[in-house]
Ligand binder design. Structure first.
Ligand SMILES: [Zn+2]
Length: 414
């Protein structure tokens, strides 16, 4: 490779890393990164993003739904666009890279093209979504849903914990609640999101990059187990109907079922037992089950095994179980030609292309309703995310940007 090209690439990687650090200073709380949707920190971050776009030679603005959007024209004005981006809102006490990496990498791609005044057959659009984490309001993905023509207008009248209406927050941010429902885009040929993996697989396999095949579908259950509370000293073991011991057996059965399939994951993340005293046999237990898989059929089959198993264990132990489904979302299968194109780009930068599903939800799911959509994963340290310890190396930062740029150059809109 030409030494000047290699220098430019490593400079672009360093610049992206430096921007991620600078961007992390836009926070609603001192000494930790918290940037909630439509907050003051989000507003300042959005304006910094717009400024950086301006330096890269593209005009950016805030759209009606609170996204930052920009367009870098192709050789011919009005050509179909490849849209790149991710979210710039964060959880509380967040890491620096979740979402921000993909939004700033999109800007980095355009910056490198515009620096050489290189125009492609397609336009490139940059988007920095604002509502991915769903921390402030009981919503999520409203920015990407707006672009996909699926904006849930009824959410505008909900309030955050301080009583601020989402509608008013959107207006002070620079959005327009009256127009957010009519942002559906045309002329977008595809959407691609670069994102840290938020899981440990790439690191375990010694790979800096991965290509996402599907975003897991998820089902959440609320399980209630009713037994009989009794004296912990006076009730012999064979005469107990211990709701918590039954729940423990159920949890192990769920874990065992999930372990039988490579990409199926199941978690009991919350459990409460009543009356909750050291000297009383638990009579009533309630717990959550979160079950995810990249294929809807795998998830459905797992549920079809798990649910009867819960009742069977309850029956054997003389307790009663009931199950309610509290959440159900189908998997999003990434567009196969984008998966192939991203795999090719990853290979072109010297990395063996690893295909893997995403366990977490992303804006890509919402954009998939509008156009073909796909994702590129970047390795993160220990798979840690939603945590200030989130970390990526400058080398991985750079190679992710390089692969994304390669993909963008090779992309053909048809
Ligand atoms: Zn994210």
């Amino acid at each position: 490779m030409d030494a000047s090209v290699a220098d430019a690439e490593s400079a672009a990687g360093l610049r992206l890393m430096a921007r991620l650090e600078a961007f992390a200073q836009f926070t609603d709380e001192p000494r930790r990164l918290t940037r909630l949707f439509l907050s003051e920190a989000h507003r300042r971050a959005a304006h910094a993003f717009i400024g950086w776009c301006g330096e890269a030679g593209v005009k950016a603005k805030i759209d009606a739904a609170g996204n930052v959007v920009a367009r870098y024209e192709g050789r011919r004005a009005g050509a179909p666009a490849l849209m790149l981006g991710s979210h710039i809102d964060t959880v509380r006490d967040a890491g620096w890279y979740d979402g921000n990496y993909g939004a700033l990498a999109a800007l980095g791609v355009v910056e490198s093209l515009s620096g050489r005044d290189e125009r492609l057959d397609h336009a490139i659009e940059i988007v920095a979504f604002g509502d991915e984490e769903g921390v402030r309001f009981r919503t999520t993905l409203t920015g990407s849903r707006a672009l996909a023509g699926n904006y849930p207008e009824d959410i505008l009248d909900q309030k955050d914990a301080d009583g601020v209406l989402m509608r008013d927050a959107l207006i002070s941010f620079g959005g327009d609640p009256e127009r957010a429902g009519s942002l559906r885009r045309s002329g977008v040929a595809a959407f691609v999101e670069a994102h840290i993996e938020q899981g440990p697989r790439l690191e375990a396999e010694g790979l800096p990059l991965g290509v996402v095949t599907a975003i897991n579908g998820a089902t959440r259950l609320e399980v209630v187990v009713d037994g009989v509370a009794g004296h912990a000293g006076a009730t012999p073991m064979n005469l107990r109907r211990d709701a918590l011991a039954a729940a423990a057996e159920i949890m192990l059965a769920i874990e065992e079922r999930a372990c039988r399939e490579p990409d199926l994951v199941a978690t009991v993340g919350r459990l409460e037992a009543w009356p909750g005293a050291a000297n009383v046999i638990p009579g009533h237990v309630q717990f959550s089950v979160d079950l995810r898989a990249p294929g809807d059929a795998n998830r459905t089959a797992a549920l079809a095994d798990v649910e009867p198993r819960i009742f069977a264990i309850a029956e054997t132990r003389g307790v009663q179980a009931s199950i309610a489904r509290s959440h159900e979302a189908n998997a999003y299968v990434c567009d196969s030609s984008l998966v192939a194109g991203l795999a090719k780009a990853v290979e072109a930068v010297g990395v063996s292309p690893r295909l893997l599903p995403s366990g977490a939800g992303h804006d890509t799911m919402a954009m998939g309703r509008l156009c073909p959509a796909g994702m590129l994963f970047i390795r993160c340290k220990g798979g840690v995310s939603h945590n200030p310890l989130e970390s990526i190396t400058v080398e991985d930062c750079a190679i992710g940007l390089k692969a994304l740029t390669q993909f963008v150059r090779d992309f053909r809109a048809d």
